[in-house]
Design a protein around this ligand. Structure first.
Ligand SMILES: [Zn+2]
Ligand SMILES: [Zn+2]
Length: 235
């Protein structure tokens, strides 16, 4: 009960930090924000896997060297850690909508990547990985869409729901790479035409890339030429 009350109050007046419960003007206080770890080089320029120095090119990346992606590359803003996991979880399952501005600002750090910073944004639109309507109904909102819309408004880009999910998929969490790809195969379809040949696709967390890859495949069927994926965190 107290838990719900606290969350309800936060919607109106976010004066506590989501992570430490200390007083905070922001949804996350500055000392907790310092515990979030930015994705910094070296990392894989295709799949954003953090390298420890032993590998420095996608050729050597054990994660993606044998994978084919329909997107150009993924940029993630943060490495996954306990604090980031709590925030993503709160947005996703606790409907912690007051985190949208904070996490949107976190996601904006993908623009620190030279490859994103160099884009002519007027030639790009932003879209998000869609949820199936049954899941969206249970959860009431799509966390990736919230992140995408916040990023779009912060960068004055256009957000468009280009995709829809045409069948529900299993939770990916316990599936292997191959099972994940199979699980999402054919799960997406056109929701609307893209006015641009270039699309920035937003998802909250990048794991194997199976879901965003399937979305990118569908976008290409819709005439999109280039898809760049941006995510909040990299597992
Ligand atoms: Zn805090
Ligand atoms: Zn890689």
């Amino acid at each position: 009960m107290m838990f719900r009350l606290r969350h309800a109050l936060r919607l109106i007046f976010p004066s506590w930090c989501e992570l430490c419960d200390g007083a905070s003007e922001q949804a996350v206080c500055s000392s907790c924000e310092d515990m979030l770890i930015r994705m910094d080089a070296p990392f894989c320029l295709r799949c954003s896997e953090k390298f420890d120095g032993a590998a420095d090119s996608p050729r050597d990346c054990y994660h993606c060297q044998d994978l084919k992606f329909a997107f150009e590359f993924v940029v993630t803003a943060y490495q996954m850690n306990e604090e980031m996991r709590t925030l993503v979880h709160a947005l996703k399952y606790k409907k912690a909508l007051y985190l949208d501005q904070f996490l949107g600002r976190c996601l904006r750090n993908v623009f620190l990547d030279e490859r994103i910073a160099a884009l002519n944004l007027s030639e790009w639109v932003i879209t998000a990985v869609p949820l199936h309507f049954t899941r969206q109904r249970q959860r009431y909102f799509n966390q990736s869409e919230i992140l995408a819309k916040t990023l779009a408004s912060e960068t004055e880009m256009r957000y468009l729901p280009l995709l829809k999910r045409v069948r529900p998929t299993q939770q990916q969490i316990r599936l292997t790479k191959t099972e994940r790809a199979k699980n999402v195969a054919g799960a997406f379809a056109k929701n609307e035409e893209s006015p641009c040949e270039n699309v920035i696709l937003v998802d909250d967390v990048f794991t194997t890339g199976a879901t965003v890859n399937e979305c990118a495949k569908q976008l290409k069927k819709q005439g999109v030429k280039r898809v760049i994926v941006v995510c909040l965190a990299r597992k």
